[in-house]
Design a protein around this ligand. Structure first.
Ligand code: ADP
Length: 287
C-alpha cells in the first residue's frame, strides 16, 4: 500500500483574480507502514496535499497512485478511496454526536455494512489501544469526557474503519503537554497494532521528533526537504528561512557543541539530550 504522488499541482480558483497555486509539482513516495510527518508554515500547502490523498480534492495536474490504482482517475469511486484512507480532521471532537462512546466509534464501521460481531470487536480493539477501558466508557456520553479523551474517541471512530492509511491533521492542537504526549504515543501504538501508514500534519517540531520516521517539509506548495528527523533537524538555516524552528533542545545541543563539548549532532529530543549530556559529563569526569 504505497502512496505515489506524481507532479501534483493544485490551483484554487483558476482564471480568477484570486487564483492561488497551493501545490506546485509535488513528487513524493510514501511506503507502507511509514510514519511520515508533514510540516510547514501555515499556508504552505499541507491541508491541500492531504485532501488529495483521500480524494476530497482533485489535482489541477499530476496523479496520486495508491496500491497501483490512480485515485485521481475519473473512474475511481470516492467510497473506495475512503475505505483505504482515513482522514482525521483538526479538532475532530467537534464531530462527535452519538449518545454513547460505543455508538460513536461504531458509526463508521456500521456504514461499511459490517456484521454486529465485527463492529463490536473493532470497537473493543481500538478502545484498548487509545486507552479507554471498554466496560468503563462504552455507555458514557462522549460529552462527559475531557478534551484529550474526546479527541481519542474521535480518532478511534476513524481507526475502527481500519483504513490502511491514516492521516491526522494537527492531532495535538490545543492539548496540554500531557495530552499531547498521550495522543502521540497512542498514534504510534495504532501504527504498530494495525500496521498502518501514518501521515501526521504538524506545526510542532517537538511532536514530530518524538514519533516520525520521516519528515517532509513544505514551503509555498513545494516539498523542500525530505528525510529522517536527524538529517532534517541539521538544516536549521533552511528551516528557519521558511518560518520553522528545530526542536528547542537542538539549539541547546548546538550551543554546547560550539563551546567544545563532544555532543552528537543527532540529538533532537529531551530524552536523547539527557542521555548524551550525562555521557559527556561522565567522560569529562573520568579524564
Ligand atoms: P496549510 O495547510 O499548510 O496551512 P493550505 O493547503 O491550507 O496550507 O493552503 C495553501 C494555500 O492555498 C494558502 O495560500 C491558502 O490561502 C490557499 N487556499 C487554501 N484553501 C483555499 C481555498 N479553498 N480557496 C482558495 N485558496 C485556498
Amino acid at each position: 500500500m504505497s502512496i505515489k504522488i506524481e507532479s501534483l499541482t493544485h490551483i484554487y480558483m483558476p482564471g480568477t483574480p484570486f487564483e492561488k497555486k497551493a501545490l506546485d509539482s509535488v513528487n513524493v513516495t510514501i511506503n507502507k507502514g511509514q510514519f511520515v510527518a508533514l510540516i510547514g508554515h501555515t499556508g504552505s500547502g499541507k491541508s491541500t496535499l492531504i485532501q488529495h490523498i483521500n480524494g476530497l480534492l482533485k489535482p489541477t495536474s499530476g496523479r496520486i497512485i495508491i496500491d497501483d490504482i490512480d485515485i485521481t482517475g475519473r473512474a475511481v469511486k470516492l467510497s473506495s478511496i475512503r475505505k483505504k484512507v482515513g482522514l482525521v480532521f483538526q479538532y475532530p471532537e467537534y464531530q462527535l454526536f452519538e449518545e454513547t462512546i460505543e455508538k460513536d466509534i461504531a458509526y463508521g464501521p456500521k456504514n461499511l455494512g459490517l456484521s454486529e460481531d465485527e463492529i463490536s470487536s473493532r470497537v473493543k480493539r481500538v478502545m484498548k489501544i487509545v486507552g479507554l477501558d471498554y466496560d468503563t466508557y462504552k455507555d458514557k456520553s462522549p460529552f462527559e469526557l475531557s478534551g484529550g479523551q474526546k479527541r481519542r474517541v474521535a480518532i478511534a471512530g476513524v481507526v475502527a474503519m481500519e483504513p490502511k492509511i491514516l492521516i491526522l491533521d494537527e492531532p495535538t492542537a490545543g492539548l496540554d503537554p500531557k495530552g499531547r504526549d498521550d495522543i502521540l504515543s497512542q498514534i504510534s501504538a495504532l501504527r504498530d497494532e494495525y500496521n498502518m501508514t501514518i501521515i501526521l500534519v504538524s506545526h510542532s517540531m517537538e511532536d514530530v521528533a518524538k514519533v516520525a520516521d520521516r519528515i517532509l517539509v513544505m514551503s509555498k506548495g513545494k516539498c523542500i526537504l525530505d528525510g529522517v528527523p536527524s538529517s532534517i533537524f541539521k538544516e536549521i538555516d533552511t528551516l528557519e528561512s521558511v518560518g520553522l524552528a528545530v526542536p528547542q533542545v537542538t539549539y541547546l545541543v548546538r550551543n554546547l557543541r560550539n563551546k567544545g563539548f563532544d555532543i552528537s549532532d543527532e540529538v533532537f529530543t529531551v530524552e536523547q539530550a539527557k542521555k548524551e549530556i550525562i555521557r559527556v559529563l561522565r567522560g569529562a569526569r573520568n579524564d
